[in-house]
Design a protein around this ligand. Structure first.
Ligand code: AMP
Length: 534
């Protein structure tokens, strides 16, 4: 058989050649939508490649994006890897110091930034060592970055006709950083081959079943694990793409769904809960949605049932990680499942996809039987699972060619995973990580704090929120409000704990680490006195 490389250039050329009439729609707020065909987007991607090359971008150079889900972000998704450079999607919600660290670590040469996000990026610009150009998308005020170039002006100056190179399928195509439990975020580098195979997998019916008939609404941000692979899978399959831009509020999403009638949408549970919460107030027509995919955190049963009942629409639970490209498992019931048993399968975390292998290991690294009852750490391997982190060996994350996911759970004989706990102690709030270690480090800097541990506690709105358990210096009467104000100068606002508990000591494990399991259990039993700030 022929050995043509599996590259994003091939995906780009296929969508362009075969599905030129498919469309990309970007919401602009106030009921306004901007439309372009795949042919037009491809032309602009080509102009972007020309402009980036003129600015000095060569093969292997990193081009970062700091952007919402828009047509222009898709243009960068296509142009940057296809020209042989590496697309680095920066998470706009990280704390600024982390963003600066990541840009520096990845050695980004150019950043494409949405005009609405210029105020967030601008304060970091003086400390960026490797960035040569910043390109602003949109016509909004960019005076905070005086040297910035304008995306549209750069494109207008180019006629296209880029000489797309032949690429090695194992070369880097894109990268995304995941927040680790300890230390700095870790970079995952996707190859052309891994993304190509992930995109093909996303188009199979045991998986997301993406096809030309679909109109995809990727609500999951393009900076979160490639928007779960939807932009590439959709372009490859010729699906229309409906981009919500920065309009993540439930009213705006309801309007987008009602007027653009997507057949497929994907988002973390918090988004679907927020839509449900305003269903009494807002006219909600979800009838176009044939598939609603939900993952990134456990999907509450009540949410699935409410969608079934209220909208007659099914939520499909998915499991994956930045490290797994990310789709690795989907909770689709086996064919022939009687209706009364369906929810049992839908509530599982997901059935391992063709192409991915999973196993469960105990604390000693011994494989446990896949019997649906034995619980251990989930390990996965496959052609779209990362084999390492970028310039960060982290041997503890790998086990003889398998990725240690840090998720604890079981695997049954039909390939369904059930996550029961997380080995990691980070907090997942609204689908985004909050690092408990960073919060603890910041709090520990307060003169009245002896020690503190931050744990995740269930929250009806955000899935999880941080609870800070603090040991005060003897005689100190410092209040939770004061500690929160102290933290506010050091971490992102949405990280600030609402719940606080003053304890006599933080329980420790045998090796002297904070034993957060014990704290969680105490909280669950109601044994902690918790003050809740408004
Ligand atoms: P991220 O790399 O930010 O996508 O986070 C990946 C982590 O999110 C996984 O290791 C899980 O802990 C969690 N996660 C993703 N999907 C699910 C799910 N369906 N149920 C429970 N946890 C999930």
């Amino acid at each position: 058989m022929q050995d043509t490389p599996l590259t994003l250039s091939a995906i780009f050329q296929h969508g362009r050649a075969v599905y030129g009439d498919s469309e990309v729609v970007t919401y602009e707020g106030d009921g306004e939508f901007r439309r372009a065909t795949f042919a037009e987007v491809a032309k602009r991607a080509e102009q972007l490649a020309c402009a980036l090359a003129r600015l000095g971008i060569e093969r292997g150079d990193r081009v970062a994006t700091f952007a919402w889900n828009t047509q222009e972000h898709l243009e960068a998704y296509l142009a940057v890897p296809a020209m042989g450079a590496v697309l680095h999607t920066l998470n706009i919600r990280l704390f600024p110091e982390q963003v600066a660290y990541i840009i520096d670590h990845a050695e980004d040469a150019i950043i494409l930034v949405d005009d609405s996000l210029v105020p967030v990026l601008a304060p970091l610009v003086p400390q960026l060592r490797t960035v040569k150009h910043i390109i602003v998308i949109g016509r909004g005020d960019a005076s905070a970055i005086p040297s910035a170039l304008r995306y549209d002006e750069l494109l207008v100056a180019e006629r296209g006709g880029f000489a797309w190179p032949t690429l090695d399928e194992r070369a880097a195509a894109a990268m995304c950083y995941t927040s680790g439990t300890t230390g700095h975020p870790k970079g995952v580098v996707y190859s052309h081959r891994s993304t190509y195979l992930h995109s093909l997998a996303a188009c199979t019916t045991n998986s997301l079943g993406i096809g030309e008939r679909d109109r995809i609404l990727p609500i999951v941000p393009m900076f979160h694990a490639n928007a779960w692979g939807l932009p590439y899978a959709g372009w490859f399959a010729g699906s229309d793409l409906v981009m919500p831009n920065r309009f993540m509020q439930p009213d705006a999403l309801a309007q987008i769904i009602a007027s653009e009638r997507p057949t497929f949408a994907a988002a973390v549970p918090t988004i679907w809960s927020s839509l449900l919460a305003c269903a009494d107030r807002v006219d909600m027509d979800l009838s176009s949605l044939e598939r609603i995919v939900c993952g990134g955190a456990a999907v509450p049963r009540s949410l699935m049932e409410a969608f079934d009942r209220r909208f007659g629409r099914r939520i499909i639970q998915a499991w994956g990680m930045t490290e797994t490209s990310p789709i690795a498992a989907l909770a689709i019931p086996p064919t022939g499942t009687p209706p009364e048993r369906e929810m049992t399968y839908r509530m599982r975390t997901g059935r391992i996809l063709s192409g991915v292998e999973a196993r469960i290991v105990d604390d000693n690294g011994c494989e446990l039987p896949a019997d649906g009852t034995q619980v251990g750490e989930i390990e996965v391997r496959g052609p779209w699972i990362t084999a390492s982190y970028y310039r960060d060996p982290a041997p503890e994350k790998f086990d003889d060619g398998w990725l240690r996911t840090g998720d604890i759970g079981s695997l049954d004989p039909e390939g369904y995973l059930q996550i029961t706990d997380r080995a990691k102690d980070v907090i997942k709030s609204g689908g985004e990580w909050i690092s408990s270690v960073e919060l603890e480090n910041a709090l520990a800097a307060h003169p009245d704090v002896v020690e503190c541990a931050v744990i995740a506690v269930p929250d009806s709105r955000w899935s999880e929120r941080p609870l800070a358990c603090v040991v005060r210096k003897p005689g100190s009467t410092v209040l939770a409000e004061a500690l929160r104000d102290f933290l506010a100068e050091r971490v992102a606002r949405w990280w600030l704990p609402e719940r606080w508990s003053f304890v006599a000591e933080v329980p420790k494990t045998s090796v002297g680490k904070f034993d957060k399991k014990v704290l969680r259990a105490r909280y669950a039993e109601g044994a902690l006195v918790v003050a809740e700030l408004s």
